[in-house]
Design a protein around this ligand. Structure first.
Ligand SMILES: [Zn+2]
Length: 293
């Protein structure tokens, strides 16, 4: 079963502000459904980096994973959580990259925000400056304020509202450190940026650690629903696709003399992938390479 079940109609939150530019809507789909758990996944459009938010509906409460980059998508998440008529008791930030935490501060100003200790510290240190820089760059589609982490998530197993969650730390993948959340009842592995689906992977350096994180998921056969940080919910085939993409990146980097040549190779090999602008961003600011001068 590939990208699962129904696509839901998306409402607009009554309290959402008007924005000066109208961005295309995110998609919302029901990714998983069992006796005590449903997972809804909101995916921003490919031109807006396909960032995901997962809303985990438990019997009496909601747990949310990741808060978007552009504020209108966080408001779309808010419309979804409002429609479910249960409180958001935990709002998780998987890692300290801005596309996962700067979007939701206005739409969810009062929810308890959970993160790993290192992620909490990283956002406290750089979050406000990052938000202001993106406000200058993109205008009012960036939230006015952050909602900073208030709670530290320790790795381990926890039962929330009668449902088992497994929290793990992953090192040296797409990010230096990230939170993995597993929900065995629905066989869901919430990998966030360890996995990209149909979206250009964000390359900022050596990807050996990233490969290791993907191989680790490959060994965990019980999890058949893989939830990416970018792109729609996937089955296990996405793991191999991402590993092959990383191999292609290594070859293309070695064989390219300019950034333009490298980007052209990626676009030609992966014509259907979203998030092409991610390549420009990491080539401009993150990926250090001597381009054969
Ligand atoms: Zn990301």
């Amino acid at each position: 079963m590939k990208n699962l079940i129904a696509t839901l109609a998306t409402g607009v939150s009554l309290s959402a502000p008007a924005f000066s530019q109208e961005l295309p809507k995110a998609s919302v789909q029901l990714a998983a459904q069992a006796a005590h758990v449903k997972i809804y996944t909101v995916v921003a459009p490919p031109e807006q980096f396909s960032n995901t938010t997962h809303v985990i509906e438990l019997p009496h409460e909601l747990v949310v994973i990741d808060g978007q980059f552009f504020a209108p998508y966080a408001w779309q998440v808010k419309a979804l959580t409002d429609s479910l008529h249960k409180p958001v008791t935990r709002f998780y930030i998987s890692h300290d990259h801005p596309d996962h935490y700067i979007g939701f501060g206005d739409a969810f100003p009062d929810v308890p925000v959970y993160a790993l200790a290192e992620t909490k510290a990283g956002i406290e240190q750089a979050g406000q400056q990052t938000l202001e820089q993106r406000q200058k760059q993109f205008g009012d589609v960036i939230a006015k304020k952050l909602n900073l982490p208030t709670h530290i998530q320790q790795p381990g197993t926890e039962v929330i509202d009668g449902v088992k969650f497994i929290f793990e730390v992953s090192h040296d993948n797409e990010a230096a450190l990230s939170l993995v959340v597993k929900v065995p009842e629905v066989k869901a592995y919430i990998a966030q940026d360890i996995v990209y689906n149909n979206t250009h992977l964000f390359i900022s350096g050596n990807s050996d650690g990233w490969r290791k994180a993907l191989h680790k998921i490959e060994k965990e056969h019980d999890y058949t629903l893989i939830l990416p940080g970018h792109g729609k919910p996937a089955d296990r085939s996405v793991l191999k696709e991402d590993l092959q993409y990383l191999d292609f990146v290594d070859q293309a980097l070695a064989a390219s003399k300019t950034k333009e040549e490298y980007k052209a190779k990626l676009l030609a090999a992966y014509p259907g992938y979203g998030g092409a602008h991610l390549i420009d961003i990491y080539l401009a600011y993150y990926l250090k390479k001597d381009w054969g001068k």
